[in-house]
Design a protein around this ligand. Structure first.
Ligand SMILES: Cc1cc2nc3c(=O)[nH]c(=O)nc-3n(C[C@H](O)[C@H](O)[C@H](O)COP(=O)(O)OP(=O)(O)OC[C@H]3O[C@@H](n4cnc5c(N)ncnc54)[C@H](O)[C@@H]3O)c2cc1C
Length: 414
């Protein structure tokens, strides 16, 4: 029987950071810290993230950048371990990085730099690796966890679950953490793919298929009451819509409901846009299709042609703009500034960047991520019902929740 003071299951972003922080914080205490993962290749999610350059955090992070049944839950952990703390670690390891738009920080060279950094941190902390291994059963009795694993029987005083979310099963995602949570009486918030492309039924999408590859800046919004507007790029695909605008909206989308897109190129309501257009068109002898091409000059030509062909009644595009009345302008402005579409589905966990839902925060301590059901049990990272926006927020949650648990383990009751 191998015995540990702390055993972390899942050596991804959260798991490696937590094991390193506990190991380093416990220096001199003679603690044994173990890190178990079933994957052959370490930290594949970090490797593929941010197009291979890992958008590892964002300059400004707050609870508003996350979706959760309890939006305030993440506040304490995020405040205790900020992007600046992680940036200091990256700097300590001399990893070059740069800022892209909206405060997003990426590695200059490759995500491999971050994986090597986390491995080195674990090594400095004396973390013992158990990989590739998996756990087949967990029991808790007399203040101790007993695990059956492919590495033999294991025992630990503290068990940290960092097995991540369900996206990209082919690189090792599993629902193990969710099952374990259930086994120990934790409630789960329904899980579904988030930061995911949206799809439409083939018949509905047929007129737009030829737009695959077209991209333009838009304002986008999911269907839920709390959904914010995002100001990002939209991408047409063969099966539907993608690009940052739609990935962000997808995290706030409920099946059967419409997403909203404002393609006007400015933050205006349909009423404001209709009034603007009516004013500009008054006295003009231009034909609607030519006039629209000028107003929507930021639209790729292919999009404009498809829109004119599919959205307007026969012959309407050839009318003189000066002839159009208030209700015509409002109808046109609504189609452009408040385009509402009901997706039939998503591209699923195969293409999702993150999982929405997970272990309910109501059963966790927001300061330490400790279970309120079983002493010594912790859930961190994506397995918890805290889902970040696109832009480095999910990694910042992984780092912050990892440190919260490490501090809770090292100084219980502090
Ligand atoms: C394509 C893609 C790009 C992304 N890009 C970004 C980005 O640029 N910025 C950002 O902030 N977020 C990004 N994300 C999201 C981010 O990768 C995750 O939110 C983050 O990795 C979660 O960290 P985690 O430690 O909780 O889980 P993971 O990093 O997924 O780690 C979980 C670990 O647990 C292991 N595991 C799972 N089940 C078991 C089991 N049963 N037994 C043993 N081990 C197990 C896995 O092998 C894995 O090593 C991206 C995600 C994807 C899919």
């Amino acid at each position: 029987m191998r015995t540990f003071d702390v055993l972390v299951i899942g050596a991804g972003a959260a798991g490696m950071h937590c094991a390193a922080q506990v190991g380093q914080g416990a220096a001199g205490r003679g603690w044994r810290v173990g890190l178990l993962d079933h994957a052959e290749k370490l930290a594949e999610k970090i490797r593929i993230s941010g197009g291979g350059r890992c958008n590892f955090t964002n300059r400004t992070v707050g609870p508003d950048n996350f979706v959760s049944a309890d939006p305030a839950f993440a506040r304490m952990a995020l405040k205790a371990y900020t992007p600046n703390h992680f940036i200091a670690l990256v700097r300590k390891h001399h990893i070059p990085f740069h800022e892209k738009h909206k405060g997003q920080l990426f590695c200059d060279r490759s995500s491999e730099d971050l994986i090597a950094m986390l491995q080195r941190e674990c090594q400095d902390a004396g973390v013992q690796w158990l990989k590739p291994h998996s756990v087949t059963a967990v029991q808790w009795a007399d203040g101790c966890f007993r695990l059956d694993s492919t590495a033999g029987p294991l025992q630990a005083r503290h068990l940290v679950v960092a097995t991540g979310g369900l996206p990209v099963p082919k690189i090792g995602a599993t629902d193990w953490g969710l099952h374990l949570a259930k086994q120990f009486g934790h409630r789960l918030i329904d899980t579904r793919p988030a930061l995911v492309p949206l799809t439409f039924d083939a018949a509905h999408w047929a007129p737009f298929v030829e737009l695959a590859g077209v991209s333009l800046p838009v304002h986008s919004r999911g269907s839920e009451p709390a959904a914010p507007w995002f100001d990002e790029d939209l991408l047409f695909t063969h099966r539907g819509l993608s690009g940052p605008a739609v990935l962000q909206a997808s995290s706030y989308w409920s099946p059967g409901q419409p997403i909203s897109l404002n393609l006007a190129g400015q933050d205006v309501s349909p009423t404001e846009l209709a009034a603007q257009w009516a004013g500009l068109a008054s006295g003009s002898r231009a034909q609607l299709d030519n006039w629209m091409a000028q107003q929507l000059a930021h639209w790729p030509r292919r999009l404009l042609n498809t829109w004119l062909n599919t959205s307007l009644p026969e012959g309407f595009a050839q009318r003189r703009v000066a002839e159009l009345g208030k209700k015509h302008w409002l109808a046109l402005a609504e189609q452009v500034a408040q385009w509402q579409l009901v997706p039939t589905g998503t591209e699923g966990y195969r293409k999702a960047e993150v999982m929405r839902g997970g272990v309910a925060t109501a059963d966790l301590n927001p300061k330490t991520l400790a279970s309120r059901k079983v002493p010594g049990l912790y859930f961190i990272g994506e397995v918890v019902d805290v889902t970040g926006w696109l832009g480095g927020y999910n990694f910042q949650w992984a780092w912050a929740s990892a440190v919260a648990a490490a501090r809770g383990i090292l100084a219980p009751g502090a």
